[in-house]
Design a protein around this ligand. Sequence first.
Ligand code: GLU
Ligand code: MG
Length: 446
Amino acid sequence: MNTDDLLKRLDTDGIDNLSVVYHDYSGRACAKTIPKERFASVLSHGVVFARANLSFTVDDHQSADASFLAETGDFFAVPDPHSYVRVPYLDATARVHAFMCTEDGADWEGCPRARLKAIVDAYAAQGLSVRVGLEPEFYLLEHIAENEYRPVDRDGMFTLAGLERHYGLWKSVSDDLRDMDIVLEQFGKEYGPAQYEGTPLYNEPIRAVDHFLAFKDVIRARARETGRVVSFMPKPYAHLPGCGLHVHVSLWNEDGSAEITPGASDDQPLSETGGYFAAGLLKHARGLTGVGSPIVNSYKRLLPGSWAPVHVCWAVGNRAALVRVPGLGRRRHLEYRSGDNAANPFLFVTALLGAGLDGITNRLPLPAPVDTDVGHLTADQAAQRGLTFLPTSLPEALNAFETDEVLCETLGTVVATEFLKVKRSELAAYGLMVHPWEREMYLETI
Ligand code: GLU
Ligand code: MG
């Protein structure tokens, strides 16, 4: 679809308002809504936003040392016609994702969506294409008092009861996604009380991220209508399972007609190229954690024995491994399990693909897979097996990202620099807080 096609489509769909959306470095959807009289102009020139918007944390504080200040000008959010969807739960309204452009219409280096496009092009230059599936977990909560929420049910994992209890909600989500031409592969009740998981069908990377973001938007909006709150926070409660964002990746030939991740037989789970790709993921795993698990709360999820990974390793059919080949036969793609929904998915997928491409370009050797539940190894047993660890805190992960030249180059200097500033500002604010746990522990005991 080009700009003219989109103008016609907006007319046929009876759209009065179009939201032009970009995602900041914390993954927040930011937008302006354009009334129909302005569609033609906005589709060709974009919508103006201050670059300074990209130097703010999720609580709207400008990061310390921000690069983008009052005098650093604007970017233009230029709609990508392919991302157009009518928003089913809003009247006469559509939304479109944008590329951030400079005034002359060129892609701006600071744009997460353009970084993803660039790495996809880098695969194409090697005669390869990629398919990605994003599998988010989340809680359905009710608001009970200021800043207090609780899970809305206690149904067991993968129970039909859990699905049927909120059937109206899930049906409206599934109907909306169908209206938006998004195929939902599956939807289920996860392990925690009122924890659920849904997977839009795998797709080419930009489309996969768009569909994942639509899934989040739809489920939030429909839950809100029923008075519920949806939380994608990595670890909303210390005693309940965390919410991961598993990323499924497969490699294909350039036109997407033949998959090349699997090896020749089940004895050889991955092809040579698939193995190099997996080796790249392992090599850059520590730096990837900075991008894929980018808030302090992420590190309360990455705990041994939680099915969220802590070691740098891969395996077939093993949910404790960081990189999992889900199974043999038709299931021999790669699943990367450490990330969570606090990541900007454009940046996270870009970084993952950059890591994999480094593996392919440099023909990195893949170590042997692990063959046990590494989540239950003692530190000594892990060391005996030569296993290294993912970062255990945000400062460690951000440092690992900063020193990973391949990842920083893949995201580009503008994004890498500003992302680190925003995240470190958030970290500094957290460091100054006195948490309820500290008063409980120390107020009377010291
Ligand atoms: N909830 C787990 C996590 O935080 C994953 C459980 C699963 O394997 O689906 O990663
Ligand atoms: Mg799950």
